[in-house]
Design a protein around this ligand. Structure first.
Ligand SMILES: O=C(O)C1=C[C@@H](OP(=O)(O)O)[C@@H](O)[C@H](O)C1
Ligand SMILES: C=C(OP(=O)(O)O)C(=O)O
Length: 447
């Protein structure tokens, strides 16, 4: 059993200087997956050495893919081609990572061997029917636990998958990606229509590997993405930008701290990921993008954030999928902002690593913030000084709750204590080091 990792965060502090946060988690997962099933060598720089993406890397090693590294974010994958994976001979452990399990289900659905995907306690509660249903329609044979949760038993179907034309019931890049990855193994064309834009790293990266992907905007919200099975991916170079989801903790921190001026370097600003910038700007944050460029098919920039007086807003619904992982820390921004912030249409937050609506409402209550959880979001009446109650914040094993709660200490009148923080290592293993460097004082206790 792992011991409790507790953060004791000193209240106050001002964030300043220049920092670089680790590589993007979504892109890191995909770089290993596509590199493994490509022909030839793929060289990755900036790879996130966090537990989630390392679980993906290990899974492909377990299926016989030679992978060198990671060494300071440098990984070399000797791709085995679409049909070159070998039976793993043991369950593949995806740890805490929903992205890894769902995308892997898409790849494994098309294999000629049997496999099993397992995960930790948090992942074992997350819904998988959202991928097993459409993959089943493609001819895959996948069993879940009762209730549609992991583990997933994936039975071999040989070359029998066939393309489908599927409309996603929710705006999910993981489900979209699982279907498209299975589509590589399917006969004919596979099309996915998304009800609202979601991160498009799979589509971009497939094109980077020389695979044809057709994207059509159906109207202001809906996009249809199609590809044909049976093609070839060609190994390539991938420079993974810094993760905007990790940068978000520092963006909110610098916006709410007094006298802050912070530059976060080389952050991925793919328009399907920048909801956090748009939302903070609507709240009155002082954010500028510097040094914008395109690196390996993904736009990047340095993000400069200075202190500002934030105001409450109604969060535009179309921004919700574009900031889905940033809501824990955006709730902290809303708690500091003058006036009321209302989030609706974010029921997906209830099925992340924790129920991020309830768990963040509880965290904010511990800080004495007026936060009202609703079925699909939260109403936060902010702008009053925090009035911490007795007790510690419980992260519920969720990395983003730990980090968001630590950032709240910048505006707390007393130290903030947060339990169950070990999983920060899933997405941001250097969080404590970087946050200290920027000006927030965290002590890490193990008990
Ligand atoms: O495709 C991806 O890399 C991700 C998609 C999102 O999940 P959903 O597709 O479930 O919204 C996001 O929350 C997750 O952190 C990463
Ligand atoms: C939801 C997240 O990841 P995943 O779904 O991959 O576990 C996240 O990192 O916030």
């Amino acid at each position: 059993m792992s011991s409790n990792v507790r953060f004791v965060v000193k209240h106050g502090g001002r964030l300043h200087g220049r920092i670089r946060v680790p590589g993007d988690k979504s892109i890191s997962h995909r770089s290993i997956m596509l590199g493994a099933i490509a022909e030839g060598t793929t060289e990755v720089t900036g790879f996130l050495e966090g537990a989630d993406s390392l679980a993906t890397l290990q899974a492909f090693r377990d299926m016989g893919v030679p992978i060198e590294g990671p060494d300071n974010g440098h990984v070399v994958i000797h791709g085995v081609g679409l049909r070159g994976l070998k039976a793993p001979g043991k369950p593949l452990d995806m740890g805490n990572s929903g992205t890894a399990m769902r995308l892997m289900a898409g790849i494994l659905a098309g294999q000629a061997f049997e496999s099993e995907l397992i995960g930790d306690a948090s992942l074992s509660k997350r819904p998988m029917k959202r991928v097993t249903d459409p993959l089943g329609q493609m001819g895959a044979h996948i069993e879940t636990a009762p209730g549609g949760t992991p583990p997933l038993h994936i039975h071999p179907v040989g070359e029998a998958l066939h393309g489908i034309d599927y409309t996603l019931p929710m705006a999910s890049a993981q489900v979209k990606s699982a279907i498209l990855l299975a589509g590589l193994y399917a006969q004919g064309e596979t099309c996915v229509t998304e009800p609202a834009p979601t991160r498009d790293h799979t589509e971009r990266m497939l094109r980077g590997f020389g695979y044809e992907v057709h994207t059509e905007k159906l109207d202001a919200m809906r996009t249809r993405i199609c590809l044909k099975g049976g093609g070839t991916l060609r190994g390539t170079r991938i420079d993974v930008p810094s993760d905007i989801s990790s940068a978000a903790f520092f963006m909110v921190g610098a916006a709410i701290a007094e006298d802050a001026d912070l530059v976060i370097e080389h952050v991925g600003i793919n328009p399907t990921r920048t909801g956090v910038i748009d939302i903070l700007k609507l709240m009155g944050a002082d954010i500028t993008l510097e040094n914008e460029q395109t690196v390996g098919g993904e736009p990047v920039a340095d993000i400069r954030v200075r202190s500002s007086q934030l105001k409450g807003i109604e969060i535009p619904p179309e921004l919700v999928p574009l900031a889905i992982d940033e809501f824990p820390v955006l709730f902290v921004a809303a708690a500091v902002a003058e006036g009321t912030t209302v989030l609706r249409g974010a029921e997906e937050l209830r099925v992340k690593e924790s129920d991020r609506i309830q768990v963040m409402a509880d965290a904010l209550h511990t800080l004495g913030v007026d936060a009202e959880p609703t079925e699909d979001g939260m109403i936060i009446r902010g702008g009053k000084p925090f009035q911490p109650q007795q007790g510690v914040i419980d992260s519920h094993h969720d990395h983003r709750i730990s980090m968001a709660s630590a950032i709240a200490a910048l505006r707390a009148p007393s130290n903030v204590v947060i339990d169950d923080c070990a999983n920060v290592a899933t997405s941001f293993p250097t969080f404590v080091e970087l946050v200290r460097q920027a000006g927030l004082d965290i002590e890490v206790q193990h008990d």
